[in-house]
Design a protein around this ligand. Structure first.
Ligand code: CS2
Length: 488
């Protein structure tokens, strides 16, 4: 057994370490959601920014639920490898941007202290769509969401995003410390505006005097984030060991590509993320719609159809010519719903996405992407479908993706094997579907789920027919037959 990766490890030739002295830089960011995506994305940009321009911008990473990430990172001085995998090979680099790794369940006082610290000028988040507790219809808090309900009941001991941030902003205000900038990095439309509405509404319900302060004085830039980062697989740590010569319990595997488009509103400053290639714009919406509809929408379609057609990995889906053609068709349908995006040719963007999805070195599970469909499909599938309906454009691909999700929601594959849905509305889905047998019945029950599929779409007879006809083939002849039967 060799040693463990730490700040003192002599990295082998070809493995880049931090291009700066991490100890010489203080922490200026608290990041909530210390998962693989953050470690492969914002932390890498911050590493590049520190190397290029310095500053006290290291990151205090916080896991809101499990303590695993903190346990993996602590014995390694928070160093870890990012393994960038492409057809050209694998590149390893060790990141020094993380200054501390905390778990809310274990380090509550330290987390609150970091959020209150005047040195903390940005709080960024990758907690997944379902963790916020947003009422998508009304735009404020969803009082039935477990973390929102818990924090409303006991705002002094917050567990969730809204409770923690509002409490921290209140403490800072009381101490005369300027508010931090809140930077949502989850795949949600207008993610900054959405998080602002969430915090303002939570403050109204708990600390009404703070609501105006949050609305007027706190910046919530929106961002589009992109880097395909599968959950760590069986081979990740072995690959890291081979490349580093030491054990790294916190390594992440990702693709070589990365993109970050950010609205440049940081009243208390920000790292020079442009050093890592981040693009700063006034309005992120066109980029965000492009990515959510073309990349994430196609991802969701291929996850449900691919999983049910027997493909465990995205790269296997892309090796199935009939399904790959539907993925390309979906990108074209999604692109037709978009306003022009400065500097982006949608055809080239789609070609690049198809190549990224086909990356033979990334083991990205369809089952991972299929998770949390009720949180993902509104912005990925149903918002563009609504636009297509309004514009008189074809609905085929959106209807196919919706039928595939409905088929998936039944929780059993064509051969009868059952699987976990992993969706926050899993119980509601199961209850609704109990006893439903025909495609029409299943579709009607799911189209009528409250606050999910927008009314103009759910109530459109043409849309319903397009969904039901596909679901019917999926149920009677199986997913492969449904894929084969789609018009190209
Ligand atoms: C994926 C995303 O799991 C999913 O839902 O669609 O995580 C996707 O890989 C990233 O957004 C790529 O940037």
């Amino acid at each position: 057994m060799t040693g463990r990766l730490t700040a003192a490890t002599q990295l082998p030739d070809g493995v880049a370490g931090p291009g700066y002295d991490p100890q010489a830089h203080g922490s200026g960011i608290v990041h909530l959601g210390l998962g693989a995506f953050h470690k492969a994305h914002q932390a890498v940009y911050t590493d590049d920014a520190l190397a290029a321009s310095g500053g006290d911008w290291r990151i205090t990473g916080v896991s809101l639920r499990s303590a695993t990430a903190a346990q993996e990172l602590a014995p390694q001085d928070c160093r870890y490898a990012v393994l960038e995998r492409s057809v050209d090979g694998t590149r390893a680099r060790v990141i020094g941007a993380l200054a501390a790794a905390l778990a809310l369940s274990r380090d509550r006082a330290a987390v609150l202290a970091a959020l209150r610290a005047p040195a903390t000028r940005i709080v960024s988040l990758t907690v997944t769509e379902k963790a916020y507790g947003i009422d998508r219809a009304g735009g404020g808090i969803d009082r039935a969401h477990p973390a929102i309900a818990a924090d409303l009941a006991d705002p002094r001991h917050p567990q969730g995003v809204a409770g923690l941030l509002v409490r921290a902003l209140a403490d800072r205000r009381a101490a005369g410390v300027p508010p931090f900038t809140v930077l949502c990095c989850d795949n949600l439309p207008e993610n900054g505006r959405m998080l602002r509405a969430l915090l303002v509404d939570f403050a109204r319900a708990t600390l009404p005097k703070l609501a105006d302060h949050i609305a007027c004085d706190v910046a919530f830039p929106s961002t589009m984030v992109d880097r395909i980062t599968p959950a760590r697989g069986a081979g990740t740590l072995a690959l890291a060991q081979r490349m580093l010569g030491v054990h790294d319990a916190a390594a992440v595997e990702t693709e070589a590509f990365r993109q970050w488009v950010v609205e440049d509103r940081f009243p208390t400053g920000r790292p020079a993320w442009q050093a890592g290639g981040a693009i700063f714009v006034d309005d992120v919406r066109p980029y965000e719609a492009l990515k959510l509809r073309m990349l994430n929408g196609a991802h969701s379609l291929l996850a449900y159809a691919g999983f049910l057609a027997g493909h465990a990995l995205v790269r296997d889906v892309m090796g199935d010519a009939a399904l790959a053609a539907l993925v390309a068709r979906h990108m074209a349908a999604a692109a037709a719903t978009l306003d022009p995006v400065p500097g982006v040719d949608p055809d080239t963007y789609a070609d690049d996405l198809l190549k990224r999805f086909a990356n033979p070195h990334l083991a990205h599970e369809t089952w991972q992407i299929a998770m949390d469909g009720t949180e993902k499909l509104p912005q990925r599938i149903w918002a563009p479908a609504c636009d297509a309906l309004r514009a008189g454009q074809p609905l085929d691909s959106f209807a196919f993706a919706t039928a595939a999700w409905m088929r998936y929601a039944l929780g059993r594959a064509d051969d009868g094997t059952s699987y976990e849905l992993r969706d926050p509305r899993e119980q509601a889905l199961r209850q609704r579907l109990a006893g439903a047998a025909s495609a029409g019945d299943i579709a009607d029950r799911l189209l009528a789920l409250p606050d999910l599929i927008p009314a103009p779409l759910a109530g459109d007879p043409g849309w319903r027919a397009a969904v039901v006809s596909r679901l019917s083939v999926m149920l009677t002849d199986g997913m492969a037959a449904a894929i084969a039967g789609e018009p190209r």
